[in-house]
Write a protein that binds this ligand. Structure first.
Ligand SMILES: [Cu+2]
Length: 489
């Protein structure tokens, strides 16, 4: 296949094979967003490309009526470049679904980008910034069929050029009908030998060039941060974050707070019958410390969400071995849940009982859940008397937090009512709109009182499988966690 690889120099084609994407969440790279572009309520889905530069798919669903046109453009999430966006492209309005608009955008480099959505309609113009991390996920592999075709073309071209050169040397000076002399034949053979050497040199150079390009792209492919965890007998956990090497832009000393904390640490048991949502203290560069609650000894997995000042959000995943240790009660914003292990989800699996006798109900869509589809996950909280709960508070500034984990823990996403982008990056995007004169206010805060007992989260499962959904709300000062199982076909 060496020559086949070389042959593909002629066509710098990338055929994308199946990959396991990693991103700001784990295994869930698509961005789902619920927001207001000025007067218009819209849902936005952005599917970033696996290979960068590459094409992102963007879909906008207008919830408000009166939307006439939608334009989209990619710009860096923050910084001076965000002020000078290129001319936006017009998104195409869906034929049978007039509220649906879609388009494709080239994402040119790795980093923190935004897709700026500009909505025009009966109530004027509004803009929204959807943070999109562009993380090259893999080197595109070449298909066998394409490799064979390119190899055959290479062979034809090589044989062709050698025989043309040889024929020129042998017969170019002959009159029509004249036969080549033995001397001319020899000249032909010598020319062919020289041509073979030249072709071999060019092919070798091409192979070397290809290898250099491929290995420099391999360094550019996103490598998530890693972390090692250590616990003391009194239950203190220390996380040390490490950079396995990626673009120079990434640092370990530039984390910013995301809804109030530098790190949101989720610890789960393998059966997903325990979950803790913790907020470790920053105790030095790339080092975090957390007092653990009482936990049974055993293996756990953790997912730690962090956001860099650049706007790149990452989830650091790892394993945690707990031995005999004393824990301390949870405090501040920390919360936990213990319940039943995951099981085959049934169609009626839509009610989760809360500790005080109240319950959380998942208002499930009628249709089966399918991967890649924007779904609005809506939950209603009722009190112990079955009436809609009136005691909901904000939990870390948010009406709710939803955590989607596949049973094999290869997919993890931490989602809010505004979508899958971290709050810190949404704020950066909004500031860039204000700087560019496209919006006037920063992201509006949720109303402090009178929180509705219905919460919804826009999200889409990345792949088929069985998932557990944890939904956390705060009621009367206490965090309540609703737990649901979902099967995705
Ligand atoms: Cu959250």
């Amino acid at each position: 296949m060496t020559l086949a690889r070389t042959a593909s120099l002629c066509l710098l084609l990338a055929i994308v094979g199946p990959t396991r994407p990693v991103a700001a969440h784990v295994g869930s790279p698509d961005v789902f967003f619920d927001g207001r572009a000025g007067p218009y309520h819209v849902y936005v889905t952005v599917r970033p490309p696996v290979v960068i530069p590459g094409v992102a798919d963007v879909e906008i669903l207008a919830v408000s009526s009166g939307v006439r046109s939608v334009r989209i453009v990619p710009t860096p999430l923050a910084g001076a470049a965000a002020k000078f966006a290129p001319t936006p492209d017009l998104a195409v309005q869906g034929g049978d679904e007039p509220r649906r608009f879609s388009g494709q955008l080239w994402m040119m480099s790795a980093g923190a980008w935004q897709v700026r959505v500009i909505v025009e309609g009966a109530d004027g113009t509004g803009a929204i910034a959807v943070p999109v991390p562009t993380l090259p996920q893999s080197t595109a592999g070449m298909g066998r069929a394409l490799g064979s075709v390119l190899f055959a073309s290479l062979a034809v071209l090589c044989v062709g050029i050698v025989s043309i050169v040889s024929a020129i040397a042998r017969e170019a000076s002959l009159a029509p009908g004249e036969l080549p002399t033995p001397r001319a034949r020899r000249r032909g053979w010598i020319a062919a030998a020289v041509a073979v050497l030249l072709v071999a040199a060019i092919v070798t150079f091409g192979r070397w060039w290809w290898t250099v390009e491929a290995s420099s792209y391999a360094r550019y492919v996103y490598k998530p941060l890693t972390a090692s965890a250590a616990t003391t007998p009194d239950g203190r956990l220390t996380l040390t974050v490490r950079d396995p090497g990626w673009i120079a832009l990434r640092r370990l000393d530039d984390f910013v707070a995301d809804h109030g904390h530098l790190m949101h640490l989720f610890v789960v048991s393998p059966a997903l019958d325990r979950l803790w949502h913790l907020h470790p203290r920053h105790i030095g560069e790339a080092r975090f410390e957390q007092q653990l609650p009482p936990m049974n000894g055993g293996e756990y997995e953790f997912f730690a969400d962090v956001v860099h000042r650049t706007g790149i959000a990452e989830t650091v995943a790892g394993r945690l071995e707990i031995g005999d240790m004393r824990g301390a009660p949870l405090s501040d914003d920390d919360s936990g849940w213990t319940g039943l292990p995951t099981r085959q989800p049934s169609r009626n699996d839509t009610v989760s009982w809360l500790p005080d006798g109240g319950r959380m109900t998942w208002i499930r869509p009628e249709d089966a859940l399918r991967p890649g589809q924007l779904t609005i996950f809506t939950f209603r909280v009722d009190d112990r008397d079955g009436r809609p709960a009136s005691d909901l508070d904000l939990y870390m500034g948010m009406p709710g937090h939803a955590i989607f984990v596949r049973h094999d823990r290869r997919v993890f996403a931490h989602v809010h009512p505004s979508g899958s982008a971290p709050m810190a990056t949404i704020e950066m995007g909004q500031r860039s709109l204000v700087d560019a004169g496209l919006a006037t206010a920063s992201v509006h805060d949720h109303e402090r009182d009178g929180l509705a007992p219905m919460i919804s989260f826009p999200y889409g499962f990345p792949a088929a499988g069985d998932y557990r959904i944890f939904v956390q709300v705060k009621r009367g000062g206490q965090v309540a966690t609703g737990v649901f199982d979902a099967h995705v076909e």
